[in-house]
Design a protein around this ligand. Structure first.
Ligand code: C5P
Length: 308
């Protein structure tokens, strides 16, 4: 008998950095209202989805040992949710190759969930549109709709309500991966604690930052980058102060904690500047490892599938 090896669908999903992350009050549902500007970065994860006898998740690459492969993984939840909607069994093996730091504040889990939605839509030929996928994405996590959309976007609500933002040119980043991760709920809780005990400064509105993005000038953008969660991430991991200082000393235009951290992102003048900052930062011994990345890039997208 002829046995046919099923061909996988391959999906690429971006990481993100919040260029502006304004955190409002704690809501009754346990979330905070946000005003944020996301940018999708070329540092990404690759997912391969193959028809299989059961649902299975495998993880390789950066920080793979810390990623669960059971029903607690967002990718698993995405597959179950989509299979339920399509009235079929979730018989698929999802192999995740991680480039995005785990628990790093770069929405790696969200990127994988977005990639799973896009990949299964293709694999199972469901024909779901971007709006339907985006609704499912928001149910999975606050950052999943952005991982689907990519580019540069203004996020409100929990971060799941998105409007595209005009961004001219490509911006160049150095990404400093920290030793260990930070739990997102713990960082938000630390900000609530800091705010209950004092008045850490709050970001204003991101209008100026959006104008700088439209100008495409990294020198205009650099002084406007800001993150309300940074004070909380620094309070939980004080050693990040050294990392932030070292990046600017190495020649970056500005540095900030990415999302809830502990990854730090440094905006650089050019691609060449980013390579030079990365090399100098690697020698400074202030982080676990260094990457360069460019943004904006597209959201989760199929890069290879049978018949393509
Ligand atoms: O939506 P997601 O599951 O990614 O959020 C993880 C946690 O981060 C939430 O349970 C909440 O503690 C915190 N969070 C928040 N406000 C947001 C987004 C996330 O407080 N807008």
């Amino acid at each position: 008998m002829l046995s046919v090896v099923p061909s996988p669908v391959t999906v690429r999903a971006p990481s993100k950095v919040n260029l502006h992350l304004g955190v409002g009050e704690l809501r009754a549902d346990g979330y905070h209202d946000l005003t944020t500007v996301f940018q999708a970065l070329s540092l990404g994860d690759d997912l391969e989805l193959t028809p299989a006898a059961t649902l299975a998740v495998r993880v390789t690459g950066e920080g793979a040992a810390q990623v669960p492969t059971d029903r607690t993984n967002l990718v698993w939840k995405a597959a179950v949710r989509l299979a339920h909607l399509a009235r079929r069994a979730p018989l698929v093996e999802i192999a995740i190759n991680k480039g995005i730091p785990v628990a790093g504040g770069m929405a790696g889990g969200s990127a994988d969930a977005a990639a799973a939605l896009v990949g299964l839509n293709e694999l199972w030929d469901l024909g779901l549109g971007r709006d339907e996928l985006s609704t499912l994405a928001a149910e999975l996590g606050s950052d999943v709709p952005f991982a689907l959309q990519g580019g540069t976007a203004l996020g409100t609500g929990r971060g799941e309500r998105l409007l595209p933002v005009l961004s001219r040119n490509t911006f160049h980043w150095v990404i400093a991966l920290a030793k260990g991760g930070l739990s997102t709920p713990a960082v938000y809780a630390e900000l609530d604690r800091l705010r209950a005990n004092g008045t850490p400064p709050r970001l204003g509105e991101p209008q100026g930052l959006m104008q700088a993005l439209a100008s495409g000038d990294p020198r205009r953008l650099a002084p406007l980058l800001g993150n309300d969660l940074q004070a909380a991430a620094l309070s939980l991991k004080p050693e990040l102060r050294r990392t932030l200082r070292a990046g600017v000393t190495a020649g970056a235009l500005a540095g900030l904690v990415s999302g809830s951290g502990p990854t730090c992102a440094f905006l650089c003048e050019s691609e060449e500047a980013a390579v030079s900052v990365a090399a100098e930062l690697a020698g400074a011994g202030v982080c676990r490892s260094i990457r360069t990345a460019a943004g904006p890039v597209p959201g989760a997208r199929v890069v290879d599938a049978p018949g393509r």
